[in-house]
Design a protein around this ligand. Structure first.
Ligand SMILES: NC(=O)c1ccc[n+]([C@@H]2O[C@H](COP(=O)([O-])OP(=O)(O)OC[C@H]3O[C@@H](n4cnc5c(N)ncnc54)[C@H](OP(=O)(O)O)[C@@H]3O)[C@@H](O)[C@H]2O)c1
Length: 247
């Protein structure tokens, strides 16, 4: 059957697959025919994702990607791949005057340095093949401003800028590099209580399509970038936000 979005025959690495957007991405990629390599820190939740993967030949890697040695271990355990979804990340809300270097360092380590150096190591070891696709999960926070979001927005803005140059550098190998900018998606990222329930309800009403996103809806955007359907798309960002940033 004709399906330009098929991932049949591809192996895809998904970081942060023990939860939320990463879990949905791994599950949906497997449904589209991919073999997936999933990473996370929490072994129990990563196993839950693994148990929900259709098909066989999938693998899981438990690692903290903000740790240099564990990042190298992840690369060592990763087979040759056709795509990566750099999804693992954290949110942190703090007014600028209260931010110190440790706060900034924590968020940059996982949201920026980990995906950047993971991608570099995969390229250096030739595990990321010609014609492959690199996807970063960014955020609308780079242009839809939220008070207290400066560190998070900077970590994602750095990714967006980085993608543009990388896309040009890797174009000769026909490796495409793109990012997705989700609006608010219902995942554990909000469990830390960074946004209170009342504030969340109020914000949801502002979404033109009437609700926050579901992890699967970001996974489907990732599938577009990972598949042959986006063969001529590189260095670009896709906003998936229920219309929120139109207003
Ligand atoms: N949810 C949203 O509204 C939203 C909006 C825009 C962008 N995003 C972005 O989407 C991505 C996924 O977010 P989510 O909402 O799905 O969050 P989530 O449910 O909290 O999942 C985050 C994932 O990242 C992993 N992770 C965090 N720190 C890690 C580290 N140091 N090493 C390895 N893995 C680590 C977690 O692993 P463990 O749980 O196993 O530790 C988990 O699998 C993030 O980059 C986030 O910034 C989310």
């Amino acid at each position: 059957m004709y399906n330009p979005f098929s991932l049949e025959g591809k192996t895809i690495l998904v970081t942060g697959a023990s939860s939320g957007i990463g879990r949905a991405t791994a599950v949906e990629c497997a449904k589209m025919g991919a073999k997936v390599v999933i990473t996370g820190r929490n072994a129990e939740r990563l196993q839950e994702t693994f148990d929900n993967l259709e098909g066989d030949g999938h693998t899981q890697i438990i690692a903290d990607l903000s740790d240099k040695q564990q990042l190298q271990y992840t690369v060592d355990q990763t087979p040759t791949i056709d795509g990566i979804v750099n999804n693992a990340g954290i949110g942190k809300t703090l007014l600028f005057k209260f931010i110190d270097r440790e706060d900034f360092n924590e968020i940059m380590q996982i949201n920026f340095f980990a995906p950047v150096f993971l991608t570099q190591l995969l390229l250096k070891t030739k595990k990321l093949q010609k014609d492959s696709s690199v996807v970063f999960i960014s955020s609308i926070s780079t242009f839809a401003v939220g008070v207290g979001d400066s560190m998070y927005a900077a970590s994602k803005g750095a990714i967006n800028a980085f993608v543009k140059t990388l896309a040009v550098e890797l174009a000769k190998q026909r490796i495409r590099v793109n990012y997705i900018q989700p609006g608010i998606v219902e995942t554990h990222i909000f469990d830390s209580g960074v946004i209170d329930d009342e504030q969340l309800k109020e914000t949801e009403l502002k979404y033109p399509l009437g609700r926050f996103g579901q992890p699967k809806e970001i996974a489907h955007a990732a599938i577009y970038f990972l598949s042959e359907a986006s063969k001529w798309t590189t260095g670009t960002g896709l906003v998936v936000d229920g219309g929120f940033t139109l207003l």
